[in-house]
Design a protein around this ligand. Structure first.
Ligand code: GDP
Ligand code: MG
Length: 601
């Protein structure tokens, strides 16, 4: 298809504002999926996406759409819809998807208004010079307030409220007009067809049968089947086994030219050989400059991951290896814990990424897992000026330390203005600095904060939601790092450190953490034959203490003498129970106690 007849667009929307439903209607209206084959959220392929209603991996789909001109002649266009992931953890993937488009549909729920996530992505789209098409969705809802929110959106994108399209992805109202508007206002892609090929990778997905499927947008030149290609960041070369477009199932083509969006198959088995943001070129006639903007995904949040049943460790290892084929951002290494046994230290992009990985491991590989409290990545400067990178509290150096640096984020919070006070209070508790504040309308405000990432990974979003009755939305981007007064708090059982509970916290919060953790463990650890002190300590200094009083537990006393076989059974059972006990110093602790202490929050 010549570039003049192509339109590449994406849909920017907050979770639940109806992106998948609108995509479904577009697939139906353009005849790509017939009504009988239609199922809800056609493009959300992973089960977990469908259930949680979120889009994790982006997908691209090509749809034919003919538009009538004034003379009544039909011009056949091809629309490429690139579905972007809608969550903060995947900002990098969102920005790559945006870079593959010339236009963006800004989709806003007409009963909710714009949210922080949408705003962040809208700014990204504007930075990428995309043509923005503002759209209010769900106008069929009785609670919809299209006039009010049209004014809000118009103020943001700089258009007239009348220019905001009103649609319902559910009933299909307005979707035809939206498709026409895309053709009319989104610019056709332009590039040099004679130049060496340059195509940007905006997604890569591992498929059990076909290996890695790489989604690209061709910027210059063209790619054809059987030619040899080079990935410009790694210089790795591959043969193009297949090239095609998705509509909505993969259809092989004879090639992809300027402005086209499609997929490549090279037979590689690991998505890290096909990195999002990288540039693909032709080996025989390579481009000299890659397309801008590639960066490696950087894990920011770390946590220990352990099988509840220790014998599942090899299964967990294999499962992580398999998952990694499809998730370039996932990193892990083996770790052992006195309390939890053999497991892994896993690095994630953020908290949602953590939840998704864990849920996929449990679901797809039938594992029961426990994760330790997440922490961020720290740079610790020692007295001799050398720097240690710490991703696990146990690596935190003891003794004298020069400086500890932690990552900071720029957070955007959107909320009704009546909650400004509550939000400020929360952000202050979390060591935040207010950067600025703007009113989107008389009753809605956008607040910008600088906050330590560590303060956000620990239940910040839940707190924000509860303090604003669910009305606030949050987006954040890691912007740098800062020096902070951080210490490691250790938890000791009878003087022995329990590794899984060590945490790196701000000096002012060390005491609160110590009291909380010792209190929790006191309730969870059964009494022993002797007294057991539980202490929280910073270095050698004890900052909190609880004591589990001793008991003499005579199990056999319960059996009223008499029945010998019953006594024996009881002894057997006790022995079995012992196997699942972890011994910390002289103290026997059932593993469930540790698990309960880590999960109850
Ligand atoms: P996504 O998270 O943006 O992909 O949103 P979904 O398409 O999954 O939609 C979220 C919820 O809103 C689902 O329960 C949909 O049925 C509902 N929904 C989507 N579009 C409309 C609409 O136009 N009208 C109404 N009433 N509900 C809608
Ligand atoms: Mg969706």
């Amino acid at each position: 298809t010549p570039p003049e007849l192509l339109r590449n667009f994406c849909i920017i929307a907050h979770i639940d504002h109806g992106k998948s439903t609108l995509a479904d209607r577009m697939l139906q209206l353009t005849g790509v999926v017939d009504s009988r084959a239609m199922r809800a959220q056609y493009l959300d392929r992973m089960d977990i996406e469908r259930e949680r209603g979120i889009t994790i991996k982006s997908q691209a789909v090509r749809m034919p759409w003919a538009v009538e001109d004034e003379a009544g002649a039909l011009t056949p266009y091809a629309l490429n819809m690139i579905d972007t992931p809608g969550h903060v953890d995947f900002t990098y993937e969102v920005s790559r998807s945006l870079a593959a488009c010339e236009g963006a549909v800004l989709l806003v729920d007409a009963a909710q208004g714009i949210e922080a996530q949408t705003l962040a992505n809208l700014y990204l789209a504007m930075e990428n010079d995309l043509q923005i098409i503002p759209v209010l969705n769900k106008i069929d809802l009785p609670a919809a307030q299209p006039e009010k929110y049209a004014a809000e959106i118009a103020g943001l994108v700089g258009c007239e409220p009348e220019d905001v399209l009103k649609v319902s992805g559910k009933t299909g109202v307005g979707v035809t007009e939206l498709l026409d508007r895309i053709v009319q206002t989104v610019p056709a892609p332009h590039g040099d067809p004679a130049a060496p090929a340059r195509a940007m990778i905006f997604d890569s997905v591992y498929d059990t049968y076909r290996g890695v499927v790489t989604y690209v947008r061709v910027v210059d030149g063209s790619l054809s089947p059987r030619e040899r290609i080079v990935m410009m960041s790694t210089r790795a070369t591959h043969e193009l086994l297949e090239i095609g477009v998705t509509s909505p199932e993969p259809v092989p083509t004879k090639g992809l030219g300027v402005g086209e969006v499609g997929y490549l198959i090279t037979g590689v088995k690991d998505v890290r050989q096909s990195k999002v943001g990288d540039t693909v070129t032709n080996l025989a006639k390579p481009a000299t400059e890659p397309l801008g903007g590639y960066s490696d995904p950087k894990p920011m949040v770390f946590s220990g991951l352990y099988p509840i049943d220790g014998s599942d460790y090899p299964v967990l290892r294999d499962a992580l290896d398999k998952l990694k084929l499809n998730d370039a951002a996932l990193v892990y290494e083996p770790e052992t814990s006195v309390a939890l046994g053999f497991g892994f230290r896993v690095g994630y992009l953020g908290l949602l990424h953590l939840e998704i990985v864990r849920e996929r491991l449990e679901r797809e590989f039938d594992l029961d897992l426990i994760s330790t409290a997440p922490n961020v990545i720290y740079d610790v400067t020692l007295e001799d000026k050398s720097v240690v990178t710490v991703t696990n509290p146990s690596e935190f150096p003891g003794g004298k330390i020069g400086e500890v640096r932690e990552p900071v984020v720029r957070a955007t919070i959107l909320a009704p203005s009546e909650y400004i006070g509550a939000i400020m209070e929360l952000c202050q508790q979390r060591r935040g600095d207010l950067l600025g504040m703007d009113y989107l309308s008389a009753e809605r405000v956008e607040m910008r904060y600088q906050l330590p990432l560590a303060e956000i990974v620990f239940d910040f979003f839940d707190q924000l939601k509860s303090k604003t009755r669910g009305y606030a939305s949050l987006d954040y981007d890691v912007t740098g790092e800062q020096a902070a007064d951080l210490v490691k708090v250790d938890i000791l059982l009878q003087g022995e450190q329990v590794d899984a509970f060590s945490a790196i916290v701000h000096k002012d919060k060390a005491y609160a953490y110590g009291v909380m953790m010792t209190g929790k463990l006191k309730d969870l650890i059964p009494r022993q034959q002797f007294e057991v002190p539980i202490q929280a300590a910073v270095g050698a200094r004890v900052i909190a203490r609880e004591t589990i009083r001793a008991i003499r537990k005579d199990v056999l006393a319960k059996c009223y003498g008499g029945d010998i076989s019953r006594k024996r059974k009881l002894l057997e059972k006790q022995k079995e129970g012992k196997k699942r006990m972890k011994t910390i110093g002289r103290v026997d602790v059932p593993q469930e106690a540790f698990i309960a202490a880590l999960t109850s929050e």
